[in-house]
Ligand binder design. Structure first.
Ligand SMILES: Nc1nc2c(c(=O)[nH]1)N[C@H]1C(S)=C(S)[C@@H](COP(=O)(O)OP(=O)(O)OC[C@H]3O[C@@H](n4cnc5c(=O)[nH]c(N)nc54)[C@H](O)[C@@H]3O)O[C@H]1N2
Ligand SMILES: Nc1nc2c(c(=O)[nH]1)N[C@H]1C(S)=C(S)[C@@H](COP(=O)(O)OP(=O)(O)OC[C@H]3O[C@@H](n4cnc5c(=O)[nH]c(N)nc54)[C@H](O)[C@@H]3O)O[C@H]1N2
Ligand code: SF4
Ligand SMILES: [Mo]
Length: 734
């Protein structure tokens, strides 16, 4: 795998041109000098978990090196992790609490002490909860960072049902929920056992770049190096797809049709796992009947993938066992996320690839779930969760981790309907770049009585706040890391090694506010919480730090003793629980609402299909644009398009172009490539420019969420909005 870049043009160009290949794996080889101390920990620049040695000199991180003994990463690191010292020691790190001096967003700050900041914020929160109820205070955060479950805990203790994260309905909650409903637990690829996978089906997922969401890039790389058969379903021929023998360039948002046709092929050709299906699945006959009309030819008309390729993919996946099915964001960021993910989940079951060595395995869950104080949230408060009644699998009582529906929450800030959200405390989310329809987000944030943002750096979102609090970087944080996410087959210790300015771990900030507000759980510190998590292993956090990790041997096929953890004790191909909730027991396809077929009037002005946010190796979401070594590798925001689109619009690689949608327009640099579906335009997400002036730091220039929409229709169960499969136009900038 290579980074492909043309430094002279300042942009990346497609593989196939002349280029200097660059490895993405780095091993630091400088030797240790006398005064350095070395600590064992875990990198957390992303939500992965690469075991590392952290070298510290004069209290500063000077080097981070892969730990060869770490059971998953085995010494490997990506470029973001390697540049951790540059992030940790960056001069722009926030170092003291700040309070705004003038109008909101005017960029004038005074430094205040923690005592003053926490005291003033607690006082204002206290006033708001008395005047308008705790539900008028919302909490926000970003993806899977150390304090994730602590935000949920703090929300419950505070008595507010309204917390959000920009992933959730758009990321991971559909996969987790569908796994739980279908198999009675979340499954991940078995890369670490004695049996190697014979096939991997990558579906809307590019793990060689994105790595951890249940696995590490390096594990996937090793499996592919072993030569297993592989298939990629993706409108882009990604770094991962390039390693696959078969690439299905699906039209964005139509994956459910493709999966239904693959089920059709596998059943009609009788290449399903008869024994497993008979013994361990529920509703096979209903499924068989249901998919009869969903032929490869039917799916070709919808997905644009030739029927012959659909048949080839179905056979390849069903006949090369054991097989892993790696699913990703491409199947969730649409208005039919539940049924799309369900259709794909069924494939694992009918091919008997669940909980077998080298297939997709159920979690061991070796640690206790985080003590989120969920019994402290009053029943009445849970009923007030915005969107909870409607999007039952996001915010209702059946939800995996009930949270507020983002469009409903931001609308309540803006309009006061059904009640006003008056305060928002954000722990690590650059809301203006990561939530759909940034313009409306901006209008919503402006209406708040109180906005508090905790972050590592000043961001366009933090610049709108009343208080900005300095957060600790991963080398400054204690944490129990259960891995892979949700299944916890192993556990690792991340330890606080350094201190920057007056930065504090988010959990500490929440605990200090809890104390000042007299909330439940306020007397339990983080060490107590971490020790609770570790109880089943009979060790404390201090002991885990000494051992670095615990990784017990995996126990396969536990269902053979107790059945699957579903109502039928079997894998639910037909899901009665979903039927009872009114969501349909069998998976179905729905045409994306903004598409050439569904909205031809919009398509006249916006003829191309827009996907946003395919990940790049160098950045984690909106982060790292100020980290020189990373930015050098990827200086500009890029939009990928096929030569067909480029030809129609007179665009060449390296040109600055405008991409527009019915919501707005942004500028990006063109990357013309054959490795993309001919009707698709793919923009990067998360762009702002720390080098520009505040308060907006250029956030309106190249931010993908200026183009996306937060309006209905949403997925009926999760309330997912569309970030992929919208419509757009593109033109060269003059
Ligand atoms: N258009 C489009 N939008 C998307 C996506 C897409 O594909 N397309 N993807 C969505 C998905 S899947 C997700 S998960 C979200 C991600 O959204 P987020 O995870 O919220 O990512 P960011 O917006 O970059 O905000 C994270 C902020 O947290 C700060 N930070 C980092 N570590 C810490 C810490 O330990 N403590 C604190 N307090 N701050 C910290 C960073 O500096 C940064 O400013 O974006 C979503 N938005
Ligand atoms: N370097 C880096 N790593 C990251 C992150 C990051 O910001 N940077 N973010 C982390 C987070 S929070 C997440 S959720 C994961 C996401 O990790 P992945 O699940 O791998 O997500 P993406 O790369 O965003 O998208 C995967 C693929 O979906 C394709 N796609 C778009 N639309 C469709 C569609 O309609 N159907 C199909 N089948 N495919 C489609 C895109 O072309 C893309 O290649 O990555 C994590 N890892
Ligand atoms: S993959 Fe994630 S955890 Fe591993 S080195 Fe890179 S940033 Fe760190
Ligand atoms: Mo995510």
């Amino acid at each position: 795998m290579r980074l492909f870049g043309d430094k002279t043009a300042g942009i990346y160009l497609p593989l196939g041109r002349k280029k200097v290949p660059k490895r993405i794996t780095y091993r630091m080889e400088r030797s240790l000098t006398g005064s350095e101390q070395v600590y064992r920990s875990v990198c957390r620049v992303c939500h992965g978990g690469c075991g590392v040695y952290v070298h510290v000199k004069d209290g500063r991180v000077v080097k981070v090196k892969g730990d060869p003994a770490s059971p998953m990463s085995k010494g490997w690191m990506c470029v973001k992790g390697v540049f951790s010292p540059e992030i940790a020691n960056h001069p722009d790190r926030l170092k003291k609490p700040l309070k705004r001096k003038k109008g909101r967003g005017e960029g004038e700050w005074e430094e205040i002490s923690w005592e003053t900041a926490l005291g003033e914020i607690a006082e204002r929160l206290d006033k708001l909860r008395i005047e308008s109820g705790p539900e008028s205070i919302a909490l926000g955060q970003g993806t899977g960072r150390h304090h994730y479950m602590h935000v949920v805990r703090f929300a419950n203790a505070l008595g507010t049902p309204n917390w959000y994260e920009p992933g959730l309905a758009q990321c991971f909650i559909p996969r987790i929920t569908v796994s739980n409903l279908t198999y009675g637990g979340f499954v991940v690829g078995d890369y670490y056992g004695a049996v190697r996978p014979k096939c991997i089906l990558f579906w809307g997922h590019n793990p060689l770049i994105t790595g951890p969401d249940g696995e590490l890039a390096v594990s996937v790389k090793r499996a592919l190096d072993d030569g297993c058969a592989s298939i990629a379903v993706d409108p882009r021929r990604t770094e991962t797809a390039k390693r696959c023998g078969l690439w299905l360039a699906v039209r964005p948002g139509t994956d459910a049709a493709l999966a239904l046709a693959m089920i059709n092929v596998i059943i009609s050709e009788a290449i399903y796992d008869r024994e497993f299906v008979e013994r361990w699945t529920f509703g096979f006959e209903e499924l068989k009947k249901h998919v009869e009309g969903f032929t490869p030819e039917w799916a070709e008309g919808i997905t644009t993938v030739p029927a012959s390729k659909i048949i080839e993919a179905a056979r390849k996946y069903a006949l090369n066992k054991p097989a892993i099915l790696e699913w990703g964001l491409g199947i969730e960021q649409n208005h039919n996320s539940l049924q799309t993910v369900r259709a794909i989940a069924v494939l694992r079951a009918i091919t008997g690839n669940i909980d077998v060595p080298g297939g997709d395995i159920l979690g061991m869950n070796i640690i206790k779930s985080y003590p989120t104080l969920k019994d402290k949230l009053p029943e009445g408060a849970a009923r007030k969760r915005l969107g909870g009644d409607t999007y039952k699998l996001l915010g209702g009582w059946r939800a995996f981790m009930p949270s507020a529906h983002i469009p409903a929450l931001f609308k309540a800030m803006r309009t006061g309907e059904p009640y006003r959200i008056r305060a928002l405390l954000v722990f690590g989310n650059n809301t203006l770049t990561s939530v759909a329809n940034s313009r409306e987000v901006f209008e919503s944030l402006k209406r708040l009585d109180l906005l508090v943002v905790t972050d590592l750096f000043m961001t366009p979102t933090a610049a709108m706040a009343d208080y900005v609090l300095p957060a600790a970087f991963w080398t400054e944080v204690d944490q129990v890391i259960g891995y892979p996410l949700v299944v916890e087959n192993m556990v690792m210790a991340q330890q606080k090694i350094t201190q920057t300015g007056e930065c504090r771990q988010d959990e500490w900030i929440m605990d200090e506010l809890s104390k000042r507000l007299g909330l439940p759980g306020a007397s339990e510190d983080l060490t107590h919480v971490m020790n609770c998590q570790l109880e089943p292993l009979g060790i404390t956090f201090d002991e885990l730090k000494k051992r670095a990790f615990e990784f017990p041997a995996h126990e396969y096929g536990r269902y053979e003793r107790h059945g699957f953890r579903t109502p039928s004790r079997k894998v639910e191909l037909y899901c009665k629980s979903l039927e009872r909730m009114g969501y349909g027991a069998l998976p179905t396809f729905k045409e994306p609402p903004e598409s050439p077929a569904a909205s031809p009037d919009v398509a006249r002005d916006y003829p191309y299909i827009l996907i946003t946010g395919s990940r790049r190796l160098e950045f984690f979401h909106s982060e790292h644009r100020q980290i020189e070594s990373l930015r050098k590798l990827h200086p500009d925001p890029l939009v990928e398009m096929h030569p067909k689109v480029a030809g129609q619009r007179g665009i060449g690689s390296g040109d600055w172009v405008r991409v527009s949608s019915p919501r707005g327009s942004i500028r990006m640099r063109a990357l013309v490539t054959e490795d993309i579906h001919p009707d698709v335009v793919a923009v990067e997400h998360g762009w702002w420019f720390p080098e520009r002036k505040g308060p907006d730091y250029g956030v309106w220039e190249s931010n993908a969420n200026v183009l996306t929409d937060n309006a209905p229709p949403y997925d009926p169960a999760f309330g997912s909005y569309q970030l992929r499969g919208l419509l757009c136009d593109i033109e060269k900038e003059h």
